[in-house]
Unconditional design. Sequence first.
Length: 434
Amino acid sequence: MYVADSRGAPAAAADAARAGSGRRSAIAPTVFALGTVSLITDVSSEMVTAVLPLYLVTGLGLSPLGFGLLDGVYNGFSALVRLVGGHLADRGGRHKAVAVFGYGLSALCKPLLLVAGSLPLIGAVLAADRTGKGLRTAPRDALISLASAPETRGRAFGVHRAMDTAGAMLGPLTAFLILRQAADGYDAVFTVSFCVAALGVLVLLLFVPSRTPQSAVAGSAAGAPATLSAQGAPRVSLKAALALLRVRPVRQLTLAALLLGLATVSDSFVYLLLQHRLGVPDRWFALLPLGTAAAFLLLAVPLGRLADKVGRWQVFLGGHAALLLAYVLLLTGWQSPALPFLTLALHGGFYAATDGVLMAAAAGSVPAELRSSGLALIQTGQALARFACSIAFGAAWTAWGDRTALGTAAAVLSACAVGAYLLRPSNSPKEDRL
């Protein structure tokens, strides 16, 4: 760990060189610094996420449709600002500045949940929180990819996602302990969440370099597709970012992420379905995300390394096969104490095989000068699809029940997986293939 000054730390300038220098130095310091920020921030955000479904459905009496609308806002609103965040980060290489603003905005939203007691107000707070997430995600992932050698990007993203998921495990556990001890449990959760989020912003300010290492930019640009680099560095603009869709690998990744996102049921709905199936008491509900987080934590690095070796497309599709199997388990009438463990393990395996792997593959198809914008473009398609899925699933649950809604989601996922498989690239370099 190191402290970065306003000109960019000397340690950061050597990140790309270190990334390929050997097994022990394969992961750049910037990746570990950003992983620490994500770990702390996820403790904060997952504290809220763990209790939010129960708070809204049980505490405020929202219907599944009302919760689906809010959950769609919570998970999909960031899609509207991701391209903006990516564009602002690429202009002048201000990845860290945009990330700091995004993390700070999300932190400021946590205490506002204390005073938001109606559906419109809660929706506005969640929208602002997701705006912060949308602004910070692409710049953060761009910093990870630019600090890593192409052949180790899958592992680098796996390390970051593992650290991020460690926070996702601690968040629900912290919320559970607060709910058991505090008289005003929800208020205490939101207050502690704000304090932890503020700490994450402080770590980002102190320990992440302010500028992208020039050696990393040069190395990444050298590996960019010829269609984008043959005439020099592309101009940084929203038009240039959208023009990336004319590049076949980027277009394939975007369409695949969009298709599969259409059948990716929100985590909160998965936990609510488990609670309904098993009759989990309310006080234990906040612990359900721990199962997903534990599987994600254990599998993120191994699956990232596997993707670097055998190809990212195979691992990405395999992750969605695990999600489909989780849906099937929830649809069966199988009654066993092993059901929640298997379901949550598959759910976590899905994230480990898709989240960082998708970004590692995308980084190989986008030039360094448009890295944030290109990653944001793919993330936007995925987020919009998941936004639509949350609303549709909530409406289907309200109208026809949870089993019909989940059965429909499983059928759609199967069809979309076939479509994504047909989009697979062929004869592409290992570091660029998905």
